[in-house]
Design a protein around this ligand. Structure first.
Ligand SMILES: C[S@@+](CC[C@H](N)C(=O)[O-])C[C@H]1O[C@@H](n2cnc3c(N)ncnc32)[C@H](O)[C@@H]1O
Length: 237
């Protein structure tokens, strides 16, 4: 028995890796989240498919329940795939699932995926680093676990580019915090449904981006690289 923790990429089904496709083809069971694109599941032609993501109006599985199910399926099958959007270790709770498997002595392998944090900006032609403009980038969550006794995100990042995942619900609060450390005129680009049919690109500044109509899933890129993107794609606000 082996469990593969597999990244499905940011949405476009062609952005899955060849290794992920080969693992899905030999899967007996696939446990999957709300993927940006379920078309990928077609590769798991012989597998039992188990949805473990959130469902509007329904009770959804807690992380402990998912860990338990993963262990149970691993004990009863040769090849179990745990499929996650983007990369399994970028805000994917993949580490917690691996620790649960280790505790039970279950073998595991990892298949990285194209994370939305970089794959989505690159797809629209937005470089997260650019010579002379940005030599560093930070990827951060915009939604810290509210049950934490102490917040870990301080928003005083030194990186030239900030990429925020899960950042739409708290965009006004978070941009207000960032403006304590960065110029309010710093350019911002939000990409909704990146790499998918409904993709939308919204640009603005730290000061005004929260006023715009934005719906998740979306990610936020902050920094002067957004001006490089606009120049490359001849976009004006
Ligand atoms: C729980 S995190 C998982 C990230 C994932 N593991 C990855 O590496 O991309 C989900 C967040 O990723 C971002 N995201 C994922 N897919 C996206 C897409 N196709 N377009 C825009 N943002 C996306 C959004 O910020 C979303 O709230």
């Amino acid at each position: 028995m082996v469990v593969y923790l597999v990244g499905a990429g940011p949405g476009d089904p062609e952005l899955i890796t060849l290794k992920a496709v080969n693992v899905l083809k030999k899967a007996d069971v696939v446990l999957y989240d709300k993927l940006a694109n379920e078309e990928i599941l077609k590769y798991a032609e012989n597998a039992k498919l188990i949805y473990v993501g959130k469902q509007a109006g329904h009770h959804y599985k807690s992380q402990d329940e998912i860990n338990g199910l993963l262990v149970e399926e691993a004990k009863g099958n040769d090849v179990v795939v745990r499929l996650k959007g983007g990369d399994p270790f970028v805000f994917g709770r993949g580490g917690e699932e691996i620790l649960a498997l280790v505790e039970e002595g279950i073998n595991f392998e990892l298949v990285p995926g194209v994370t939305s944090a970089i794959g989505v900006p690159t797809t629209i032609g937005l470089p997260v680093t650019h010579r002379g403009v940005a030599t560093s980038f930070t990827v951060v969550t915009g939604h810290e676990d509210p049950t934490k006794c102490k917040k870990q995100v301080g928003w005083d990042f030194k990186a030239d580019t900030i990429v925020i995942l899960m950042g739409i619900g708290n965009l006004a609060e978070n941009t207000a915090e960032i403006m304590k450390h960065k110029d309010p005129e710093t350019p911002v680009c939000v990409i909704e449904n990146g790499t998918l049919k409904g993709q939308r690109i919204i640009t603005g500044t730290l000061e005004n981006i929260a006023e715009k109509d934005i719906k998740p899933p979306a990610l936020v890129v902050i920094g002067n690289v957004v001006d490089v993107f606009k120049e490359m794609n001849q976009i004006s606000d």
